[in-house]
Design a protein around this ligand. Structure first.
Ligand SMILES: *[C@@H]1O[C@H](CO)[C@@H](O)[C@H](O)[C@H]1NC(C)=O
Ligand SMILES: *[C@@H]1O[C@H](CO)[C@@H](O)[C@H](O)[C@H]1NC(C)=O
Ligand SMILES: *[C@@H]1O[C@H](CO)[C@@H](O)[C@H](O)[C@H]1NC(C)=O
Ligand SMILES: *[C@@H]1O[C@H](CO)[C@@H](O)[C@H](O)[C@H]1NC(C)=O
Length: 435
C-alpha cells in the first residue's frame, strides 16, 4: 500500500504530461519550426497571437466532379463569416486531399500527394541559421531566422504577395530597391481563388497612381494622391468615420499605399472582388456580419477615357462629356448628335508666348503617367514654369493640404478627366490669349 502513492503520483504526472503534450498539439501555436509539418489530414492550423487570423488548409465549395481542390490560406479566425485574406497556391490547388507544408532548405514548401512541390517561397539564398515560419498578429505570415527575432527583418513575407485583399499595415505599390511590385489580383469567382480578370496596380511613371485593369484593358484610374486621398476616389475620405487612416508612402525606398485602423479590434479589409469592385469591409461584432462600409461605385464618368482628350465627364450634364473652356468638339458631326467622346481641340492654336490659364474646379486631375512633378515649388512658380514651357498644357498643386503645395505639370494632351460635385482639385489649363 505504501508504494501506491508515489506510483499514482507518477502516473498522475505522466498523465499531465500527455495532456499538456496533446494540448500543445491541438491548440496550435503561431509558428512552424523546421521539424514540424502542417498537413491536410492533421487539421492543424497556425493561429496568430490575439486569435484574429488562422492559417491552414481549406477547400472551396465549388470543388466538384474533378475532386476537391485544397488551398493553403489565411482567414479571419475571429469572425463567424469566414473571409479569406491570403492564398499561397491559388493557381495550383491540391487535388488529392493530401498536402504538407514544411520548411525545406530554408524555404517554405507545399507538397502534394506525390511529394511534388506545388508552391514554395522560392528563396535562392539559403539562410545561415535555421529558419522558422510565424503568423504575426496582423495576419502577415513570415519566414525568419529562428535565432534573431528582429522586427521587420524577414526572409520572406506573405504581405509582399497580396491576393485580393489588403489588410491594415500591408502595402501595395513598388519597392524601388528591389523593383518588387505588390498589387491586388481578383479571385476567378467568389468561390474560386485562382487568378481572376482584375488587377489593381500602381503605375509609378510620372506621378504615381493606381490603375484597375480587366486583363490588359485599362478600366479605371485612381488619380494621383493629393495628400488626403486619390483624386479619382474622393469618397475615400469618409473612411476616417470608420477609424481607417490612409497612408501614401513616397520616398527613395518605396512608393506604396497602405492603411491603418485607429482601434485594433476594428477588423477592416480592402478587397478587389471577382467582379472588379473595390470594396472596404469592417466586421460588425454586434450583428456578426461583414459591413460593406465603402464601395467604389463605378459611374459612367469613372471609366477610363470615356471622354476624349481635353474634355471632362460630368454626371450632371447631358451628354456627360464636356469640352474645357477654350476647346471645341473635335468631331462636329458626332457632337451635333450629342456625342463628344471623340474629345475636343483648341479653338485657337497656342502661341508659345502670351497664353492664359483657365481654372477648372473640383476635377479628377488628368492622367499623370507623363506628368512632371516638383515638390519644392508652389502654385505661383508652377504657373511661371508652365508659361515658359511651350509644351505645357496645364498645371496643378500636387498636395491639397494647407492651402496646396507642390507642382504637377502636363506637357501632353489632357486625358481622362471628370469633375465632382464635391471633392476633386483645381486644374489650370493653358489656352490661347483670345479664347
Ligand atoms: C480532421 O477533420 C475531419 C473532418 O472534420 C475528420 O473527419 C478527421 O477525423 C480529422 N482528423 C484528425 C486527425 O483529427
Ligand atoms: C475598440 O473597439 C471595440 C469594439 O468596437 C470597443 O469595444 C473598444 O472600446 C474600442 N477601443 C477604443 C480604445 O476605442
Ligand atoms: C465623326 O462622328 C461620326 C458620327 O459618330 C462618325 O461617323 C465619323 O467617323 C467621325 N469622324 C471621325 C473623323 O472620327
Ligand atoms: C517640347 O516637345 C517637343 C516635341 O515633342 C520636344 O522636342 C521639346 O524638347 C519639348 N520642349 C520642352 C521644353 O519640353
Amino acid at each position: 500500500m505504501r508504494g501506491a502513492l508515489p506510483n499514482s503520483y507518477h502516473s498522475y504526472t505522466f498523465f499531465l504530461f500527455i495532456v499538456l503534450a496533446l494540448f500543445r498539439h491541438v491548440f496550435s501555436t503561431n509558428t512552424l519550426s523546421s521539424t514540424e509539418t502542417l498537413t491536410i489530414s492533421s487539421n492543424r492550423t497556425i493561429v496568430s497571437p490575439g486569435d484574429v487570423f488562422e492559417l491552414g488548409f481549406f477547400k472551396t465549395t465549388t470543388s466538384s466532379r474533378n475532386g476537391d481542390r485544397w488551398y493553403l490560406g489565411i482567414w479571419y479566425k475571429s469572425t463567424s463569416d469566414r473571409a479569406y485574406v491570403w492564398v499561397a497556391n491559388r493557381d495550383s490547388p491540391l487535388s488529392k486531399s493530401t498536402g504538407t507544408l514544411k520548411i525545406s532548405y530554408a524555404n517554405l514548401v507545399l507538397l502534394d500527394h506525390s511529394n511534388t512541390p506545388v508552391w514554395s517561397t522560392n528563396l535562392k539564398r539559403t539562410a545561415k541559421s535555421p529558419v522558422v515560419a510565424e503568423l504575426l498578429a496582423n495576419g502577415n505570415f513570415v519566414l525568419r531566422d529562428s535565432k534573431r527575432n528582429v522586427r521587420n527583418r524577414f526572409l520572406w513575407q506573405s504581405f509582399d504577395f497580396p491576393v485580393n485583399t489588403l489588410l491594415p499595415e500591408m502595402k501595395i505599390g513598388r519597392n524601388l530597391k528591389t523593383g518588387h511590385k505588390s498589387f491586388l489580383s481578383s479571385w476567378r469567382s467568389p468561390h474560386d481563388p485562382s487568378s481572376g480578370d482584375f488587377a489593381f496596380k500602381l503605375d509609378t511613371q510620372g506621378l504615381p497612381e493606381f490603375y484597375l485593369y480587366r486583363n490588359e484593358f485599362l478600366l479605371f484610374r485612381s488619380g494621383s494622391w493629393d495628400g488626403v486621398r486619390f483624386s479619382g476616389m474622393p469618397t475615400m475620405q469618409k473612411w476616417s468615420y470608420f477609424g481607417v487612416v490612409n497612408n501614401f508612402i513616397e520616398n527613395r525606398e518605396e512608393v506604396a499605399y497602405s492603411f491603418k485602423v485607429t482601434n485594433q479590434s476594428l477588423h477592416s479589409r480592402f478587397t478587389l472582388t471577382s467582379e472588379g469592385l473595390l470594396q472596404m469591409f469592417q466586421w460588425d461584432s454586434t450583428s456578426l456580419v461583414w459591413n460593406l462600409i465603402w464601395i467604389l461605385a463605378y459611374e459612367e464618368c469613372d471609366l477610363y477615357q470615356i471622354c476624349g482628350p481635353y474634355s471632362y465627364c460630368d454626371m450632371k450634364t447631358s451628354p456627360t462629356c464636356n469640352c474645357i473652356k477654350g476647346f471645341v468638339p473635335k468631331n462636329v458631326t458626332a457632337s451635333a448628335l450629342g456625342d463628344i467622346s471623340h474629345g475636343c481641340v483648341r479653338k485657337s492654336r497656342l502661341n508659345c508666348h502670351g497664353n492664359v490659364f483657365f481654372l477648372v474646379k473640383r476635377m479628377k486631375l488628368p492622367d499623370t503617367s507623363t506628368a512632371i512633378v516638383d515638390n519644392r515649388i508652389g502654385l505661383h512658380e508652377c504657373e511661371e514654369r508652365c508659361s515658359q514651357n511651350c509644351n505645357c498644357t496645364g498645371f496643378a498643386n500636387k498636395d491639397i493640404r494647407n492651402g496646396g503645395s507642390g507642382c504637377v505639370i502636363w506637357t501632353r494632351e489632357l486625358r481622362d478627366m471628370r469633375n465632382y460635385g464635391t471633392g476633386g482639385q483645381d486644374l489650370y489649363v493653358k489656352v490661347g490669349l483670345y479664347d
